[in-house]
Design a protein around this ligand. Structure first.
Ligand SMILES: *Cc1c(COP(=O)(O)O)cnc(C)c1O
Length: 434
């Protein structure tokens, strides 16, 4: 292992960021280095430090940094003067992406959805989804869930639970009800039953919804996992009450939980699915909203966007799908490594009475406090591991290692995490004993 810690006292002057970059920057504050290169599972700073990446751009880099397959496809495409920006025009790159996506992803999973190219970020895909559900049903209310995260633009933000994020809106965030997610009141209370009861009671005050919007694993909300039975029930409730069922698979999809979609083999078909983050395969902006054909009621141009034709992302996405998703092998590898991760995290958590969260390669440890969690992630960073937190209080340390990581490096990162948790907990106890 050759992780060179940043030589102390040699941090160069980076006053330009203080002087000119908006105060809104966030990750740069907890990882105050200048990065200049990345490949595979590694990020490098300009002082010769290297870091194992257990954040993966919040699951945008599931295949690691600059994977050679999409990289080569993109280099060739640019060298041949391929279309870079194409509005929503037909291009070779778009046709190739659609055919590959249909052949390797949609058809084998029996999904008849149409593909809507939205603006290139996840929040765009969510906006399109809820806008369409409102148009199709003629209803206003969207049901979202406690601890849900769906993006930062007003419509998606209204569906997001976190008060700090919601506070930035500056206007009322309305037309969304936040119902309790699976397990919100503990294992004994079935929150799907509560939802059904409220929707069936004409005097509950809960209006008939246009859509029910849910993550199968809450990425930003603390890695809470909904059970297949609960999700199936929510899908049935949506159908029974004339609402569209939307799965936001922006973080949990693209293989993060095992299958390409996070809901595979659960026994329901969402009316709408949103995808973004790792869809391009190498970190290029690219988002999709998938819709059942009977709900594709858009008028041409009714939902628009200048950057719906990021052809570079079409090229890298198609190359990535062909390389990783042509068989079930990759999926089996993710399940296997997910179990390894679970085993290690359970052991680490048990040592301190913490609990684990998550599913597949989307797992973490709830250390009970945001202060402790950030102490641990900061110490991990100093030890050469990029890792972040999630949850209502940022109390869950979230392992989002690239899916392509080999077992040895996965263990290496978990070794660092284990050590830093142990040291931070010991320091905490020493302070408490004083
Ligand atoms: C990241 C995320 C979004 C928003 O995507 P952006 O690209 O940041 O707009 C929406 N939903 C989920 C579940 C996410 O994890």
């Amino acid at each position: 292992m050759n992780m060179i810690p940043y030589p102390s006292g040699s941090i160069p002057d980076r006053a330009i960021y203080e002087r000119r970059e908006s105060a809104v920057r966030s990750y740069a504050r907890s990882m105050p280095r200048q990065f200049n290169r990345a490949e595979d599972v590694w990020m490098h700073d300009d002082q010769g430090g290297r870091y194992l990446d257990f954040l993966s751009g919040c699951s945008t880099l599931n295949y690691g940094h600059n994977h050679p397959v999409p990289k080569e496809a993109l280099l060739n495409y640019i060298a041949a003067d391929g279309i870079a920006h194409g509005l929503d025009l037909h291009t070779d790159a778009k046709e190739n992406f659609l055919e590959t996506f249909e052949r390797l992803i949609l058809k084998p999973r029996g999904l008849d959805h149409r593909v809507m190219f939205t603006g290139p970020t996840g929040t765009n895909a969510v906006e399109a989804a809820i806008k369409l559900a409102r148009k199709v049903t003629g209803r206003e209310l969207v049901i979202a869930f406690t601890n849900g995260f769906h993006g930062m633009t007003l419509g998606a933000l209204a569906c997001t639970g976190n008060a700090g994020k919601r506070g930035g809106a500056g206007v009322p965030l309305s037309h969304v009800a936040h119902e309790p997610y699976d397990g919100y009141y503990g294992a004994e209370v079935n929150t799907a039953d509560l939802l059904e009861q409220r929707l069936s009671d004409p005097s509950s005050g809960l209006d008939a919804p246009a859509a029910i919007l849910v993550e199968t694993v809450q990425g930003e909300g603390g890695l809470n996992v909904a059970s297949p039975a609960w999700l199936r029930r929510i899908a049935e409730i949506a159908k029974a009450h004339g609402a569209l069922f939307i799965i936001d698979d922006i973080q949990a999809g693209c293989g993060r939980t095992g299958g390409f979609f996070s809901f595979e083999d659960m026994g329901f078909v969402p009316d709408i699915i949103t995808l973004a983050k790792s869809l391009s395969g190498m970190g290029l902006p690219f988002a999709l909203t998938l819709l059942r054909p009977e709900f594709d009621r858009w008028a041409p141009g009714e939902h628009n966007g200048t950057f719906r034709g990021n052809n570079h992302a079409f090229v890298t996405a198609a190359a990535t799908l062909r390389h990783f998703w042509h068989s079930a092998d990759f999926q089996h590898e993710i399940f296997r490594k997910g179990e390894l991760l679970e085993k290690r995290l359970t052991r680490i958590a048990a040592e301190h009475g913490f609990e684990t969260r998550g599913r597949g390669m989307m797992r973490g440890v709830n250390v009970g406090s945001g202060v402790l969690a950030s102490t641990i992630t900061a110490a991990c960073f100093d030890a050469g591991l990029v890792i972040e937190t999630s949850g209502a209080y940022d109390e869950v340390i979230k392992v989002l290692a690239p899916l392509i990581i080999d077992d040895a490096l996965l263990e290496t990162g978990l070794d660092i995490l284990e050590t830093q948790i142990r040291e931070a907990v010991a320091a905490d106890m020493a302070v408490a004993a004083e």
